[in-house]
Ligand binder design. Sequence first.
Ligand code: KET
Length: 467
Amino acid sequence: MHPQFRLPGAHSSSSPSSSSSPTDRRLSALLRHLADSSASSAMDSENPHTTTISASPTSGFDSNSVFAHVVRAPEDPILGVTVAYNKDPSPVKLNLGVGAYRTEEGKPLVLNVVRQAEQKLVNDRSRTKEYLPITGLAAFNKLSAKLMFGADSPAIQENRVTTVQCLSGTGSLRVGGEFLARHYHQRTIYIPSPTWGNHTKIFNLAGLSVKTYRYYDPATRGLNFQGLLEDLGSAPSGAIVLLHACAHNPTGVDPTLQQWEQIRQLMRSKGLLPFFDSAYQGFASGSLDADAQSVRMFVADGGECLAAQSYAKNMGLYGERVGALSIVCGTADVASRVESQLKLVIRPMYSNPPIHGASIVATILGDRDMYNEWTIELKGMADRIISMRHQLFDALRAKGTPGDWSHIIKQIGMFTFTGLNTEQVAFMTKEYHIYMTSDGRISMAGLSSRTVPHLVDAIHAAVTRVV
Ligand code: KET
């Protein structure tokens, strides 16, 4: 047994779950809470006045497993939808849960330009499988910063940006969160309400305390701009603020450029630190530059910020796990010291990132023809999603489905936040085998002309039969 710490005064018993008095139970719960999540708790039976939290297994009471006490965790609210979908034998089933692009035929898409880049990489016999540096592929980092901040960004020219390759958007957020928890004076991050469900968990586990700011107004199905300004206005000075760079998930509602400008002024006046999550660059408008406007506004004012980039959606590299974290700093010297500390965050977490996905991205971004082809294919994906919005809206109108569905064509990006409630979603899954997240979000990228009528039938039945 390797005791981590001892708390005097707690009573002993053979296992935490058999401790009977409420005091014992409360103490056990408190200790479990305090202990590192990897540590299991056990009472030290040798010393009746000591409770021990240790990484050793529990005693395996009335069971043949030391893990008998492990309770089943719920499925992930987004990825669990795919798990349920995969189990459904129905031929008409439709997965509109996870934000993953599908073709008109309902198939996953590997971009042509990605295939070309992979071919080029395979043909190059000089390539090896050596470890990358802790910070990843240098060319990838340079090109990613350029994509995010613009080719002519003064911050890049002045070497004030440090960019490290991370495990897609999620890993970039996590590394950024952990860096901030270690080195930034304010440990509170404000995230929009609602937001991508993983944000809270990522930042909590990184060591930050998570608070929300008002973002979405269910009454207008639009932005609660007043609420947003009030909440950021009353946030403590220096607090971190998570902003979706574009195509807000799950609402599909973005501030206008004028509103972004007001947000920028307010945040800079209060010294709030922007942390952009850019998971959909190019997916909102079809233009990579237009979708980076919000971030570039904050960089153009000379101030500091963080940005997490993902190539999962815009290059269709979901499973390759390729993304980048950039930190824009006040000076080149600070940026280089920040990078040295990012390495200390990354090295014990996963040592260094994988080489394949980043090489694909660097090949495409570094070749003018491939880059142009990528922008065309990306625009094709964005346009297909926009056309799905119109088809769905028109079909609901044609069917006379009660309600104002104009938000379907007003919202942008991969998702529509339909306004359907949990019961209606459950009904659509049970009766129509349509899978979506319980908050009523549907991935427009999972829809096709062929499946629109089925979805319309389901929505019509849900809003007329389930209130
Ligand atoms: N940020 C946002 C806003 C986001 O929607 C996602 C993924 C990510 C980051 C992370 O993506 P990564 O694959 O780590 O680069 N969202 C979709 C998939 C998921 O939940 O993992 C989704 O919302 O369906």
